[in-house]
Design a protein around this ligand. Structure first.
Ligand SMILES: Cc1cc2nc3c(=O)[nH]c(=O)nc-3n(C[C@H](O)[C@H](O)[C@H](O)COP(=O)(O)O)c2cc1C
Length: 241
């Protein structure tokens, strides 16, 4: 936990840099404790139980979910598999102009208000380059940024791989805050939805995918001088090794 004073200071700093009225709480650096804390689960009480029929295990959806596992061995992803993963989860299927200053979109993943505030950045270790997926153009657009060496090493210290691509989930939180008050939780939920959908799509496409606990910050935040971007997750992605 963060001391109340530092959270307050951080919120004030962020408020002063944002055009919309929202609050971004520091996400810290999630990592395993040195020593775990024992926890007592909530004791749910129920009056009755309704047993459900066991579904047909041969159903395609059932077997997809039954087989989905985080994978930690990677070959470099092929362009074809990357294309399929990004197309199915993040490509723009339909868009509509709004008075928000940007278009809302339909994509494979749901998003509060169809705003899709979470960008997908891809770090290719073979070329040491970082791209952003543009879902309107179905294209990887090379960013003019230095290779985030420290961030990549942090990812590799959690799950070692020289070949996996690193996926960074980057929230442009002002977009959701332009429409919603108290948007903070919506943005984190959007990030979680996208990460879950991507995990399932990777399984369906026979790719290796493993979410990581780190957020991508402070490197991600440094990409916008106006403080418009925050790291909301990372993953390793590749072909099955
Ligand atoms: C938010 C989130 C963060 C995670 N962070 C890590 C991580 O840092 N390292 C790791 O090896 N796995 C990580 N995982 C993967 C989980 O360990 C994994 O989902 C869990 O062990 C269940 O295994 P399964 O995905 O194969 O069913 C993360 C998963 C989620 C949803």
């Amino acid at each position: 936990m963060w001391p109340a004073a530092s959270v307050g200071a951080a919120i004030n700093t962020l408020r002063s840099t944002m055009s919309s009225d929202t609050t971004w709480l520091p996400l810290g650096t999630p990592r395993p404790r040195g020593e775990v804390q024992r926890y007592l689960e909530h004791p749910w009480r129920h009056a009755k139980e309704l047993k459900l029929p066991v579904p047909d295990g041969h159903d395609q959806v059932m077997s997809l979910f039954a087989g989905r596992r985080s994978a930690r061995c990677f070959d470099a992803p092929t362009l074809g598999s990357l294309s399929a993963l990004l197309w199915s989860t993040c490509a723009c299927q339909e868009s509509a102009e709004t008075s928000l200053g940007f278009a809302i979109e339909r994509r494979g993943a749901p998003s509060a208000g169809a705003i899709h505030p979470v960008h997908v950045l891809l770090c290719d270790p073979a070329e040491s380059r970082v791209s952003r997926y543009n879902g309107k153009r179905h294209a990887l657009q090379l960013l003019d940024v230095a290779w985030p060496h420290d961030l990549i090493e942090s990812c590799r210290s959690v799950v070692p791989s020289d070949t996996a691509w690193i996926v960074l989930f980057v929230a442009e939180f002002g977009k959701t805050a332009a429409k919603y008050e108290d948007a903070f939780s919506l943005i984190l939920r959007d990030a979680g939805v996208l990460q879950g959908v991507m995990a399932v799509a990777a399984e369906a496409l026979d790719m290796s995918f493993c979410l990581l606990g780190l957020t991508g910050d402070p490197w991600v935040s440094s990409l916008s001088e106006e403080g418009k971007l925050r790291g909301v997750g990372a993953a390793l992605l590749g072909s099955r090794a």
